[in-house]
Ligand binder design. Structure first.
Ligand SMILES: [Cu+2]
Length: 481
């Protein structure tokens, strides 16, 4: 592999099929996320997560290891798997020299455990610890990540998978987790230290030059003909959205953002916005000894994200045909006929046409706002600190219909903490099978309508998960009393 291979998109595309198989083969074991070995009791699982610097060989053996910040020094951080109904007791020890906190993304947990420093807890100072304890109410695919200066801390690697296993799950040969990410690396494979750079903040966010699966660039995934895989894809990027194609394999999508959906066959690419998750069932049907790239095509330059390499011996000669659907989550159904309605207009950024917005209650021009580092607004309000007047202020158990309009030139994955929202319609077209989401991706000029029951008391963040956008004002507060 050439040194410049990962420095430019053109380079990636040009040598898209030139996988260094010999070098990559040695990475295969590392590519499956390390599973925590703490002994679980029946009722809870205790785990220690230390945020600390580490070294990870992201680009491969021909390059120096990259200095990262990781949970237990790893990227991805320690994989946490719980049985549905088990309690997680996670002790987070901060061995960095900056404050941190941990958000459990997509889990409907008590507000005090949500990990938003300055809102739900004080930041965990260097040398200090914080004990998180909660019982996830829903099975599914989630993740955890830093929620302090996330544009830098997540960008340096502070994230890991959080899997809540169903009591009864589809019969598969393997349950794989892919945490997909991209990194902005210099030629020596070190992280480029330009977090929240002005152009990223006002455009598409920090898009990197090295896409990875489980912290590895251009790894391979060994598979066997006839094998049935459950693939849990988690997008841990600061800003990059993915649209993955699995060629003729045509996976079945069984869950989105952790929650069961009516299974459907993906004949087209599968979009996974930043912070989003999909669960897929894939029957490996290629010839023994063959290989096949998994291609991303979200942006104009398509590239190979990773590659399936079939072993010479088939696992079986037919496709498994057991049931693959998941049980629906028991999330309260919103009462649409008796709901409060809230419009949300996302504005700002480059080419967005925003003229003025309110910062600390004062109307300011976009130029004045930008001088303070902000360029985005929700309903003309710049979200610039956790404690601010709420976008929604309602009583517990109120049904809410949320209509979000993206009036900007960029996609925004909008994350609501502490809840899932049911996606009802896109650009006015009602979905025939509405489904639950926590991080829906709104494309430029797109409008989506959601509904949820505000059943979880507390002050919750609602923000764009392009982490640079959030840092520059694209966030609001939802207060439930
Ligand atoms: Cu955004």
């Amino acid at each position: 592999m050439h040194r410049r291979a990962f420095l430019a998109w053109g380079g990636l595309t040009a040598i898209g099929s030139a996988f260094p198989v010999s070098g990559a083969a040695k990475n295969v074991a590392a590519a499956s996320v390390n599973t925590n070995t703490t002994t679980p009791s029946d009722s809870y699982r205790a785990i220690n997560l230390t945020t600390k610097p580490g070294k990870v060989n992201i680009v491969g053996p021909d390059f120096p290891a990259t200095d990262v910040w990781g949970f237990n020094g790893q990227v991805p951080g320690t994989a946490i798997r719980l049985q549905h109904g088990q309690t997680l007791k996670a002790t987070v020890n901060n061995a960095l020299d900056v404050p941190t906190a941990v958000h459990w993304h997509g889990i409907r947990l008590p507000n005090a455990m949500d990990g938003v420093a300055g809102l739900t807890q004080p930041a965990i100072q260097p040398g200090e610890s914080f004990q998180y304890e909660f019982t996830p109410p829903d099975a599914g695919t989630y993740w955890y990540h830093s929620h302090v200066n996330a544009y830098e801390q997540v960008g340096r690697g502070l994230y890991g998978p959080l899997i809540i296993e169903e009591a009864e799950s589809p019969q598969v040969d393997r349950d794989l987790v892919w945490m997909i990410d991209d990194w902005r690396l210099l030629e020596d494979a070190s992280i480029r230290n330009d977090f929240a750079a002005g152009h990223d903040v006002s455009h598409a966010g920090r898009i990197g030059n090295v896409p990875t699966v489980n912290g590895r660039f251009r790894d391979i995934v060994k598979v066997r003909t006839g094998e049935r895989i459950r693939l849990r894809v988690i997008n841990a990027s600061n800003a990059r959205n993915f649209a993955l194609s699995f060629g003729e394999l045509m996976p079945t999508v069984i869950a989105i953002d952790g929650q069961a959906i009516k299974p459907y066959t993906a004949s087209d690419s599968i979009t996974i916005g930043a912070a989003g998750r999909v669960d897929l069932i894939i029957d490996m049907q290629g010839e023994p000894g063959s290989s096949m790239a998994v291609v991303d095509s979200f942006y104009s330059d398509a590239f190979d994200l990773t590659k399936f390499v079939y072993e010479k011996t088939p696992l079986r000669h037919h496709v498994l045909d057991g049931p693959i659907g998941l049980a629906a989550a028991t999330i309260p159904e919103p009462d649409l006929s008796n709901a409060i309605k809230q419009e949300v207009v996302i504005a700002g950024g480059a080419m967005g046409g925003l003229q003025q917005a309110k910062l600390d209650g004062k109307w300011l021009s976009l130029r004045e706002i930008a001088q303070q580092g902000y360029v985005w607004a929700i309903n003309d309000v710049v979200g610039h600190k956790p404690a601010m007047p709420p976008l929604i202020d309602t009583k517990k158990d109120t049904s809410v219909i949320l209509t979000i309009r993206n009036e900007t030139a960029f996609p925004h994955p909008m994350h609501l903490h502490g809840h899932h929202m049911k996606l009802l319609s896109v650009d006015g077209n009602a979905l025939s099978n509405p489904y639950w989401v926590d991080s829906p991706l709104l494309m430029p000029r797109q409008t989506m309508e959601f509904a949820f029951v505000a059943d979880n008391p507390g002050e919750w963040l609602f923000h764009c998960h392009v982490l640079e956008h959030h840092a520059a004002g694209l966030g609001a507060l939802v207060r439930i009393a």
